[in-house]
Design a protein around this ligand. Structure first.
Ligand SMILES: Cc1cc2nc3c(=O)[nH]c(=O)nc-3n(C[C@H](O)[C@H](O)[C@H](O)COP(=O)(O)OP(=O)(O)OC[C@H]3O[C@@H](n4cnc5c(N)ncnc54)[C@H](O)[C@@H]3O)c2cc1C
Length: 319
């Protein structure tokens, strides 16, 4: 068994792995380039309100994640927000969708409690020596040393890190593509009045509009507008003021109220187009290097959770 692990990425997969490793007595340090934990489970506060600009809700189909969500609901960290049929798997029927109370980031924040997390730390490369593996940040500073490392960023970022560390980039992983997404949080001057709190219109620009107040994420009227993948692919490299206005204009028929403050966010790697279904993967390296993330376990937040579990099990098996 390894006795210490560095984890790059404090999103759902990294945090889940960290908790299991920590429970097993392994010394774990998490690094994230952002100022907060959660990765694509992201909440932004602005103008006395808030909104989720990444994941909007989570489903819990596996026994393990359902038990986790039940604990969070009991602790007042999450709530069952919707009961809707799956768009991708209609045969599953109506399923509960959970949201964080006060925003989706509440969920990873709660899960990361007590863990050693170094935020605002972008790992630039890994170095290998007799003592295991050393993480070096993009300034060239050594930020951690351990027996093994777990990488959880979206695959293009993980592959860049492998290349910069002198490791082979697995060719099948190079082929995995991601959808982009553009999201705008808008604080409104009046309640959004969206029936059921959300709408997924059949529209070339708007993929989804959520009422953050209805969801319990915002104390003030607030919506999140998410683009379709096609609109995001066409506009992600353009000036954000332009696509922000286009998104807000296109969303206008679906809500009441007028925006008084806005926050746009472009996600280049929002969701993988295809997934791998292998849980996590150990790659060839002088010390144990394991890759995880939602792409390895069927996508979305629950996939990230399951991948984090698989990665922890794989690391605990290493001699
Ligand atoms: C707009 C949008 C809407 C979505 N909607 C839903 C939804 O409704 N329901 C759902 O279940 N899922 C949804 N998803 C997908 C879901 O958010 C992700 O599948 C899940 O959060 C991925 O978790 P992860 O831990 O695998 O990766 P991430 O959350 O991306 O975590 C990886 C972390 O690695 C960090 N990182 C990257 N490179 C480095 C580096 N070099 N050094 C240090 N840190 C680094 C990043 O900052 C990030 O925090 C959505 C995603 C987006 C973008």
């Amino acid at each position: 068994m390894v006795s210490s692990v560095l984890i790059v990425g404090a999103g759902m997969s990294g945090i889940t792995a960290a908790r299991l490793l920590d429970e097993a007595g392994v010394a774990v340090t998490l690094f994230d380039k952002s100022r907060a934990v959660g990765g694509r489970m992201a909440t932004r506060r602005l103008d006395g309100g808030a909104g989720d600009h990444g994941a909007q809700h989570v489903s819990a189909r596996s026994a393990e994640f359902a038990a986790e969500m039940a604990r969070m609901v009991e602790d007042g960290v999450a709530t069952e927000w919707l009961r809707t049929p799956s768009r991708t798997h209609p045969a599953r029927g109506v399923e509960p969708r959970f949201a964080g109370v006060g925003g989706m980031r509440r969920i990873p924040e709660w899960m990361a409690k007590g863990l050693d997390v170094r935020t605002a730390t972008r790992v630039g490369r890994l170095e290998f020596g007799a003592g295991g593996v050393t993480a070096v940040d993009v300034e060239g500073e050594e930020v951690g040393r351990a027996d093994a490392v777990l990488l959880t960023p979206p695959l293009p970022q993980t592959l860049e890190l492998l290349g910069d560390s002198g490791l082979d980039r697995p060719s099948d992983l190079e082929a995995v593509q991601y959808h982009a997404s553009l999201a705008v949080i808008a604080i409104l001057d009046a309640p959004a009045g969206i029936p059921g709190g959300h709408v997924a219109p059949d529209d070339p620009i708007v993929g989804w509009v959520a009422d953050n107040e209805h969801k319990g994420a915002s104390a003030r009227p607030s919506i999140t507008v998410q683009s379709t993948p096609d609109f995001a692919a066409a506009h992600i490299d353009e000036d954000r003021d332009g696509w922000t206005q286009q998104l807000l204009e296109a969303a206008r028929p679906f809500h009441r109220g007028t925006p008084v403050a806005v926050h746009p966010h472009g996600w280049r790697f929002a969701e993988p187009v295809t997934t791998l279904g292998e849980g996590a993967r150990r790659i060839a390296a002088p010390a144990p290097v394991v890759l995880a993330g939602e792409v390895f376990s069927g996508a979305r937040v629950e996939g990230a959770y399951l991948s984090g579990r698989a990665a922890a099990e794989l690391l605990l098996e290493q001699g």
